[in-house]
Design a protein around this ligand. Structure first.
Ligand SMILES: [Zn+2]
Length: 352
């Protein structure tokens, strides 16, 4: 502890390495290890139980403690809805500090941040199909349970992928990343929520889900002109907890492939054109629906359940051409040709 830290007013009490906590449900001891990070909800530590198994403890800061504990209890009562979610396991108690934290399973080291994992497995389509179908399935089951995942907006920090298998791990280690629809969410907001749309909600999640699926499958942003800098300046400008955004600074969003508005089409040399036509019409239609009608009318967004069906169909329609290029069979486009060698492929070409 440095002198500067000691001088800070209202310094948070928190456990030090080697400190023992108790698991609320069983009373078993768990030993705090190194701090992993500090975030909005508190401090994350590695921890080890009496059997040597590693866990993660989120030590809650006082400002969010009660709401986080309520949230954790709600999730513990509901029980894990999908293995992709890193779901809380129990609460942890500390006698000396008289405070509490939340116990989570640790994410194994084979998982990498999604962007990095997908870069290293860019040509392995089974990885893409696994990541996307698991994500849609996990969101579908969460919505079925009356919960939502506004933390999806921060997916850069929350989605971890095994680059060899496409197995997905969704982290929810801070305030309200998984919650019921009545829980105020203090995380970053997607720019469009300035229109007063209710959040958190499954419809809110469905917008973020469509964006992420587009980014994974087409390796581009559906709005394209919104580069990193403009996104951060319009939506995530501060740590202010107030969800109200400056509407005057929100740009009009136009989907790059909006069939009625070509004003935001990508450059002709942009690889996103190739991906757009590699994918079948039944997938393209879902993106168009999500990013045109669904932009202004949340009820017109494609639900997680629909995405799950579409992505399963995509998985079962795809295969490799004899030249090694990805091909996706689409009965609506029987004359489609392989972009690698120009051969025509039909429904009998032997998808694998
Ligand atoms: Zn080919």
């Amino acid at each position: 502890m440095t002198e500067d830290e000691n001088r800070k007013p209202n310094r948070e009490l928190r456990p030090e390495s080697g400190h023992q906590l108790r698991i609320a449900g069983t009373g078993a001891a768990i030993t705090v290890g190194e701090q992993i990070s500090a975030g909005g909800g508190g401090y994350l530590y590695r921890a080890t139980d009496a059997f040597g198994t590693e866990w993660v403890v989120l030590w809650l800061i006082s400002r969010w403690r009660e709401s986080n504990l309520d949230q954790a209890r709600l999730l513990l009562d509901a029980g894990s809805v999908h293995p992709a979610f890193c779901w809380p396991v129990d609460l942890v108690l500390d006698n000396e500090l008289n405070e509490s934290g939340i116990l989570f399973p640790i994410v194994e080291s084979r998982f990498q941040p999604m962007r990095k994992a997908l870069e290293s497995s860019a040509s392995k389509f089974h990885v893409l199909w696994n990541v996307t179908t698991q994500l849609a399935d996990a969101m579908d089951r969460l919505h079925d349970a009356g919960l939502c995942y506004p933390g999806l907006v921060d997916h850069e920090y929350r989605m971890f992928v095994d680059p060899n298998t496409g197995e997905l791990s969704l982290i929810g280690w801070d305030a309200g990343s998984v919650c019921d629809t009545s829980t105020p969410y203090s995380g970053r907001l997607a720019p469009m929520w300035s229109n007063g749309e209710q959040w958190p909600s499954p419809n809110y999640d469905n917008y973020a889900l469509a964006v992420i699926l587009f980014e994974i499958l087409l390796r581009s942003n559906p709005f394209h002109l919104l580069d990193e800098q403009s996104i951060s300046s319009i939506s995530w400008a501060s740590d202010d907890d107030d969800p109200d955004l400056d509407e005057s600074s929100s740009p009009t969003r136009v989907f790059v492939f909006d069939p009625t508005d070509a004003s935001h089409r990508p450059d002709i040399n942009d690889p996103v054109w190739m991906w757009w036509y590699v994918y079948p019409q039944f997938l393209r239609e879902r993106f168009i629906e999500s990013f045109t009608l669904g932009l202004s009318d949340p009820t017109r967004r494609v639900s997680a359940a629909e995405w799950h069906k579409v992505l399963n169909r995509l998985r079962h329609s795809s295969g490799s051409c004899h030249c090694g290029t990805l091909i996706i069979f689409d009965p609506q486009e029987p004359e489609k040709v392989c972009l690698g060698c120009g051969s025509t492929f039909g429904l009998d070409s032997g998808a694998s």
